[in-house]
Design a protein around this ligand. Sequence first.
Ligand code: CA
Length: 242
Amino acid sequence: MFAVADGMGGHDAGDVASALAVAGLRHFEGAAAVDAGSVISALQEVNRAIFEHSASTARGDVMGTTVVGIALSRDEAADALLVFNVGDSRVYQLRRDELVQLSHDHSLVAELVEAGELTPGEARRDRRRNVVTRALGVGERVDIDEWFVEPEIGDRYLMCSDGLTGEVSDGQICDLLRSGRAPDQAAAALVEMALDAGGHDNVSVVIVDIEGVGVGLDQAIDADTDQHGTVPAAGEGAGDRP
Ligand code: CA
């Protein structure tokens, strides 16, 4: 399983929330494959834990985290990747040089784009772009998107926080992912690009290459990660950290 969680909330609340999400997923560490039901219930468990934690703090800060991830799944007969998402972190697939955003952003600007009230370009610059409409820990229950993808040899999967996609366009991401760099180097280069472009938010990037299918899935993956925390600019969701 590979995942990115991007916390939100002041006074380090975002750090706590994203750490709770990652801790909840650690349960799957070392498993060759997972079943979707267990992943979803683990995330619901995380949701409750964050919600209760934030209710127990006197400050009443909103506290939550996005989570996006992929995992080898045993739900389907053939090799399959379970993909899950809550919030505005993203998972992309690069297949035969074509980059596709697999996840749907749970954000206000995404809803406005869908409603035809903003263009994607306007959404990237809109001051409300950090408003997330779904996150772990904000309510008693959360609706988690989950679906399956059939992996192919040569596929490359990118998971990232909005600190990357807020600074770097899909076209630039696509060019970089196609550049033939190893996952760790490509991840580091993307973080670098986001920082060079302004680095207004923390940037977390995970890249996973599919090197084989049907060969014992635990041997089929080469992945590496890179992340870099930056201090968010004032007024830009301060305290929003990986
Ligand atoms: Ca963020």
